[in-house]
Design a protein around this ligand. Structure first.
Ligand code: ADE
Length: 253
């Protein structure tokens, strides 16, 4: 998968994307990340990228022209027109579901805004989708773009070593993930749940499923209701939930 990032801070994006799992995925050739400096595409001698908003008001607005020219250069370089996403708190909320769909696209281009945002006309002319990473405001679109790039890239085949890594985890199946433990079996007097030491695969799987259900019910009842409505709960799951006392704590087995 190829992801292009249009930004005023390409070094920041390259540093983050070059580390750890995504860095290795790029070295392996299963992932291509290209960060582009929007300022390089300005048509003024001062290399100015923003200006005062028409109508007055605080802050600066990014010019349409360097963004459009930067995106067109990316299209020419990539040989295709990637799906262009503008990161903004005004966008639709990013979900795991949308990330899965975006991961199936051949290429994505992420536009990072700054200051008071970008000239609306470049959004009208070129942007395919607007996404927010949450109902709070950051100083720019770089961190949201990196969150999105990470979330999508790790769903790309070959990026993670084992597919089970993401098919088991929180949100993928509509439930939160069960708790995980590693050695030692007793740490500062706290024991690993005995079910996990039993070696009995079916018991372990059932225990994990029940922990997922408990955790989701306690922390995100909205997700549990959705899983129920979408038919993601088995008869066994429903029975387990129905038999729980109302004050069931998350750690109870
Ligand atoms: N830019 C600033 N805040 C943002 C957010 N929450 N999501 C996406 N882009 C943003």
């Amino acid at each position: 998968m190829r992801i292009d990032i249009l930004t005023l801070f390409p070094d920041m994006c390259e540093t983050v994307m070059g580390e750890s799992i995504l860095g290795r995925a790029q070295q392996k050739g299963v992932l291509e990340i290209h960060c582009h400096q929007i300022r390089d595409y300005t048509d003024n001698r001062q290399k100015q990228v923003d200006d005062y908003p028409y109508g007055g008001g605080l802050g600066m607005v990014m010019y349409a022209q360097p963004i459009a020219d930067c995106f067109r250069a990316v299209c020419a370089q990539a040989g295709v027109r990637p799906h262009l996403i503008y990161l903004t708190p005004q966008g639709n909320l990013l979900t795991q579901e949308r990330a899965k769909e975006l991961a199936a696209m051949p290429g994505l281009c992420l536009l990072c805004g700054h200051y008071e945002g970008v000239d609306e006309r470049v959004i009208e002319a070129l942007v395919d989708e607007q996404l927010s990473i949450g109902d709070y405001v950051l100083t720019g679109g770089e961190l949201p773009a990196l969150v999105l790039a990470d979330c999508v890239a790790r769903l790309t085949p070959g990026v993670l070593s084992d597919e089970a890594c993401f098919t088991e985890e929180s949100h993928y199946s509509g439930l939160l993930e069960y708790p995980q433990y590693t050695r030692p079996a007793v740490w500062e007097g706290r024991e690993v749940p005995p079910e996990l030491l039993s070696g009995h695969h079916a018991h372990i799987a059932r225990w994990r499923r029940e922990q997922s259900l408990l955790r989701t019910r306690r922390r995100r009842p909205d997700l549990l209701e959705q899983a129920e409505q979408e038919g993601q709960l088995t008869a066994e799951d429903r029975q387990f939930l129905e038999n729980l006392p109302p004050d069931e704590s998350e750690t109870a087995r």
